[in-house]
Design a protein around this ligand. Sequence first.
Ligand code: GLU
Length: 420
Amino acid sequence: MTQNLSVGDSALATALSQFDRAVHMLGINGGTAAMLRTCKRELTVNFPVRMDDGSVKVFTGYRIHHSTVRGPCKGGIRYSPHVTLDEVRALAMWMTWKCAVVNIPYGGAKGGVLVDTKKHSLRELEGITRRYATEISLFIDPSGDIPAPDMGTNAQTMAWIMDTYSMHRGYSVPAIVTGKPINIGGSAGRHEATGRGVMFTVREAYKTLNWDFSKARVAVQGFGNVGSISAQTAYEMGCSVVGVSDIEGGLYNSDGIDIPELIAYRRQHGSFKGYSKGKFITNDELLSCDCDVLVPAAMENQLTQHTAGSVKARMVAEGANGPTTPEGDEILNAKGVIVLPDILCNAGGVVTSYFEWVQDLQQLFWEEDDITKRLERIMIRSFHDVYDKSKALNTDLRTGAQCLGIGRVAESHITRGLYP
Ligand code: GLU
């Protein structure tokens, strides 16, 4: 392996350890496994941007293509002061398996920029985004690599990328990114898609296991796009949402939280602090709180050898990418906790990105209701594909999902044949 395996980044170590386990189980041959274990292309860009005070600052960004076997590369762009090349490699690899698990015609990609969005004005963020978009224009293309939002980026970021790319072409190219604002070619339901997909998966898992979904008490870590919509959807589905948290900590109420009221409160006050109907808790307390379904929807490496032991939930639904380390997985599996793995559970985002891209290419837009129904069908079908695979292999759902995704990519590769 040419990429740093053990040095530094644990997301990559997690992704590779999951991969090795699945490949061993599938008995995929050495050459194919070696190809799938490595990212196909990696671009690092260092670029100057003028700050509001007139100074010039140099930023570093990445765009990585893990696989092009099953279609154009697809994956988000992350803005974070801590993002590393290894982290982006892991996230790109997970995108490949995720798209294969839900059977949409994409390979995996990911991008990142080392930037703390809280330390920049909107104008500076626009400058950083437009310059980064231009720098990675070597890689992105509506039929080759289609970025989307991820941690630290949003619909506005996508609008700037779409505009920058379109300015260089001389006409509008909405299909260059997904997760755009609806008025410039975004899709209805894309903003809500990941959180809705998480809860469609949880509901189907409950049904399959003969558990009573109406009694599910849900706790959600993270209150960004994925966490807040997961909480909202759980509430709308009639579950009791007993815990939520954001980066500053969380709130617990065993009687259930009125999520629409809390969202309105947070919008007005900027945080959960001061909201009276619940006990203020830390993020660690949220992970170990008394609940049935725990949705880690914040970031990677949350359920580890240190935290997994105290999880009280009977089901973990991974809204984030890579929230559980291999050691955390082992502990949860030994406790009999059902883990709905990220590459299945949070795939609603990329599924609806796929719908957005198809709509942009056809210049024909669908109703939200239609989109949500299509999403629900794909999430239910994919849950059963993963469930059946894990039963057939007598393994946990994560390994089942990895085997399903990796197996599909390997088969496509074999069908296409090795060039030249
Ligand atoms: N960033 C999201 C993910 O990790 C969405 C990617 C996309 O829609 O392309 O799945």
